[in-house]
Design a protein around this ligand. Structure first.
Ligand code: ATP
Ligand code: MG
Length: 372
């Protein structure tokens, strides 16, 4: 999910207290590495980057064994005492899903090394992957505010959009790895199960505090506008350009499989569209032009249809649902910031949702007429 620290300090999304100590980590990893490599191994560099990433920790590691340098990235589940954004993290499951997609499609993914579910090693489960060179559209400051994405030519951005949408279609062509996914309850459809899990997350996130009237209206809207679902596939979940490493405007690695789910393909198509609108609306709120012609809803839908053979349906529903999912995540992140004393409880709890105006307009059915 994207950080919302464009309007807050970076500390809001990644409070210092949730970080680990690099020297401690380096020592622990140095002890562990030879046990999986089966030979002596050394760590020549370890860094915890401060840019993207607020749910799990991303650690950059250079290791060496058997005379070969290995540029690695270690993804670690958050420490329970950091009051994590989500109630649970299953890194081993993410590792299994990435491995499954790698073995059944041509999707560009980081190479996988090991998954270590034992929390005793680094204080939380983690997995190790190969480090991929390239550029990621930044969340902080958002890429729409001025970045390599805005500086690129329109044709290069068109390539980026096209290749990203092709990637979505390829992910959706994988046979769903049912053993790694939450399955619907008996009698429940995949989309109903998805909404139920979001509601459970919101109930957890709002326990013991004032909820958001806007989010509650959002859930009611979703119930009232429930579509007939297309066939369920493996969805990436956090399907946005900020979770892709690009080389030459082409995906070199698809990251962040935490929100992967079994559900209609429109979940991913709409998340891709909505997350760009989220960053575009932020740019416009800041008086910047942003990229109004990039990842336009109709263009994304058409490109997806062309490359997958499936016409995305009910995008009014799915983009609104995407805005609702993001609202719940934002509500949770702001609650967490308040808990850490880094944000004030607003008088109106709906103000915890940075894109409240967008969600309100979507619920009113007036959002798309002003951006189409
Ligand atoms: N295999 C990799 N190779 C190179 N860089 C990586 C790799 N994995 C992660 N990164 C870097 O770490 C950043 C965060 O990764 P990722 O999106 O998977 O983490 P996250 O905690 O889910 O982040 P967020 O919550 O912001 O989505 C990426 O934007 C990228 O810069
Ligand atoms: Mg990410």
């Amino acid at each position: 999910m994207p950080n919302n620290d464009s309007l807050n300090a970076n500390e809001v999304a990644r409070p210092t207290s949730s970080r680990r100590d690099p020297d401690w980590l380096r020592g622990r990893l140095a002890d562990w590495l030879p046990t999986v490599v089966g030979a002596p191994a050394t760590i020549t560099r370890l860094e915890i980057p401060s840019a993207n990433g607020m749910s799990s920790e991303t650690i950059v590691v250079d290791a060496e064994w058997e005379g070969v340098a290995h540029p690695l990235v270690v993804r670690v589940a958050p420490m329970p005492e950091s009051d994590p954004v989500f109630p649970s993290y299953d890194l081993d499951r993410q590792f299994a899903i990435i491995g499954h997609v790698a073995s059944s499609t041509y999707v560009a993914l980081p190479s996988l090394y090991w998954s270590e579910p034992d929390p005793a090693r680094l204080g939380a489960p983690f997995f190790v992957m190969g480090r991929v060179d390239g550029l990621v559209p930044p969340d902080v400051m958002p890429y729409t505010f001025g970045s390599w994405v805005t500086e690129a030519g329109a044709e290069q951005r068109a390539t980026l959009a096209e290749k990203t949408i092709e990637t979505l279609a390829m992910i959706h062509s994988a046979p769903p790895p049912m053993e790694s996914l939450d399955l619907p309850a008996p009698g429940e459809t995949p989309l109903r199960a998805h909404v139920r899990r979001l509601r459970e997350f919101y109930t957890w996130a709002s326990a013991g505090r004032a909820g958001s009237g806007l989010i509650e209206r959002g859930f009611a809207w979703v119930d009232a506008h429930f579509p007939v679902e297309s066939d369920a596939v493996l969805t990436w979940g956090d399907a946005r350009i900020g979770n892709v490493i690009y080389q030459d405007f082409t995906p070199a690695a698809v990251l962040d499989w935490e929100m992967a789910a079994y559900g209609p393909r429109e979940l991913d198509v709409a998340w891709l569209i909505f997350l760009h609108r989220f960053f575009q609306d932020l740019a416009e709120m800041a008086g910047l032009p942003g990229l109004p012609d990039f990842l336009r809803r109709d263009d994304v839908a058409e490109a997806y249809r062309r490359t997958s053979g499936h016409e995305p349906r009910d995008l009014d529903f799915y983009t609104t649902y995407a805005a609702l999912i993001h609202a719940v995540v934002m509500f949770r992140i702001q609650s967490r910031a308040i808990h850490f004393g880094q944000a004030e409880e607003p008088a109106d709890t709906d103000d915890m949702i940075l894109h409240r105006a967008t969600l309100e307009a979507m619920l009113a059915g007036t959002y798309w007429e002003k951006v189409r």
